[in-house]
Write a new protein. Sequence first.
Length: 245
Amino acid sequence: MPRGFGFGGLLIVTLAIGYASADEGMWVYNQLPTKILKERYGFEPPAGWAEHLMRSSVRFNSGGSGSFVSSTGLVLTNHHVAADTLAKISTAEHNYYRDGFLAKSHADEVPAPDLELNQLVEIVDVTDRINQAVAAEASDKAQQTRQAEIARIEKESTEQTKLRSDVITLYQGGAYHLYRYKKYTDVRLAFAPEFSIAFFGGDADNFEYPRHDLDMALFRVYENGQPAKIEHFLKWSAKGAADGE
């Protein structure tokens, strides 16, 4: 779950095992490489599959991403994504970044006041509207007009839906998508391992697989003082994937 703004709206699809390929990479949820998936792997995403993954994903305002993994608001992310928050909520008595933490009940979960999680709930293609408002040139005036139109779209969307609304530039200006996010501002720490096991192997192992560390953390989102009820989440499986899945 790499740190960065755009991962809240991206699905990482690896279409080659053991070697690099132009077919692997990151794809927006509404533009999956369905033809390649079908031709090479015989996989046709069922209706609602991409939307389910999209709504199961969250973006951290501190940088990085995660996934809902329970119907009661539990979010799984990397320890290195949680690191800034762990440092902020640590006290003289409890160093969560160094020593880790485990909540034995919901009541023990530790609030993270500055943390906000954004769940992407809708993508709208606004390319035509922006292109119609802006002259096909790279002048400073065109750029100002483009930014003004983007600001209008975001403002209108926020007022109409009450959702956080961000226009994302794709393909170096080839497309513009409006991302609508549900915001969770009551976020609490449920679990984090000790730094020594979370970062075992150092940065050199950060992009290696398999890895021998515990680079993970669990947060929970709340609404109205109660664990949020989440419809879309990734289910745990102690057995792993079966043939054909």
